[in-house]
Design a protein around this ligand. Structure first.
Ligand code: GRG
Length: 314
């Protein structure tokens, strides 16, 4: 497992370094917005979504550098959603990633703009990455790859929008003070959390020309299982996590009277669900290890990642 941790840490450090380069401090008239964007983006975070993007690409035999613009864009989108999620109009959280949330450190208007700016910049970065890949594919006479690559940014936008994370968040808001049933809650989690964890598989498969393959379906199902498990764990941690390790307050779901995996199934039921989802994810990794054209060490990493997310304390 120490090999796994070393690699996970090195992927996260690589992400931090690239994000820092992409968004350097600025001393211009708009300095405040750059400060607010950097404040949340460079506050740590596990960088799970970029890691899934690199490893999905590597599983298909690509270098992680090829998908790095998409990985960074995804982390910026995720951070923008955390900033907006913490606002008083949403979950109203004072702490995130071990520090004051963006609107507490700055102010509400700045936090709204910082989220907007990270989201906008993410699509600029992803679009530029896709253009560069399409251009080099065309130079090599690979029109099919150029067409596939042109689908990456729309695929990303789809998973963020009304059928993805934002769709999940609107159901989440409804789930405050209203009880929703297990099916609607499952749809909520698949959209709100699952979509940003499955889009790495989709983006990498497009770039690697693997859409529609067995390995793509296994990887996508792995990512959704891990994505929903991630939300189950989040709900459990909100009940029994340690705020000093979590970097944010606990008990927020209860305060908001939210429907969660814990309110629906109890803490033990939620744990069982978490274990079932993790087992499904690991089963898929075992199959991926056997598929020719997939890099087995990367399938092994994904296996360990599922375990790590099951055990995580933050
Ligand atoms: C700004 C595009 C945009 C949308 C706003 C507020 C909102 C719509 C969506 C909220 C989405 C949300 C906060 C989902 C929760 C997902 C989740 C489990 C977050 C925690 O992710 P971790 O644990 O956090 O990966 P770190 O800090 O490690 O990155």
């Amino acid at each position: 497992m120490s090999e796994f941790y070393d690699l996970l840490t090195s992927y996260a450090a690589y992400t931090d370094q690239k994000l820092n380069e992409l968004l350097p401090p600025r001393d211009n008239y708009q300095k405040k917005i750059y400060d607010a964007m950097r404040y949340s983006l460079l506050a740590g975070g596990k960088r799970i979504r970029p890691v899934l993007t690199y490893v999905s690409a590597e599983l298909f035999g690509l270098d992680k550098e090829v998908v790095t613009p998409f990985a960074l864009a995804l982390e910026m989108i995720h951070t923008s959603s955390l900033i907006h999620d913490d606002l008083p109009a949403m979950d109203n959280d004072d702490y995130r990633r071990g520090r004051l949330s963006n609107h507490k450190r700055f102010d509400e208007a700045t936090a709204i703009l910082a989220g907007d700016a990270l989201l906008t910049y993410a699509f600029e970065v992803a679009g530029n990455g896709a253009s560069a890949l399409a251009e080099s594919a065309l130079k090599e006479g690979n029109a099919e790859l150029a067409i596939n690559v042109s689908k990456v940014v729309p695929a990303l936008a789809f998973r963020v929008g009304t059928e993805g994370m934002i769709g999940g968040q609107i159901i989440d808001l409804k789930a405050e003070n209203t009880t929703i049933d297990g099916d609607e809650h499952e749809a909520l989690c698949a959209m709100k959390t699952g979509c940003l964890l499955t889009v790495p598989a989709e983006m990498s498969a497009l770039v690697a020309g693997r859409c529609g393959t067995e390995e793509f379906e296994l990887l996508k199902d792995y990512s959704m299982a891990v994505g929903i498990a991630f939300q189950v764990k989040d709900d459990i941690l909100d009940v029994e996590g340690d705020p000093t390790i979590l970097g944010k307050n606990v008990g927020m779901d209860d305060a908001d009277n939210k429907t969660t995996y814990v309110t629906l199934y109890g803490i033990d039921g939620a744990r069982i669900k978490l274990e079932e989802l993790t087992a499904r994810a690991k089963e898929n990794c075992k199959k991926l290890m056997e598929i020719p054209g997939c890099v087995p060490e990367k399938a092994r990493f994904l296996y360990d990642l599922a375990e790590y997310l099951l055990e995580r304390k933050n």
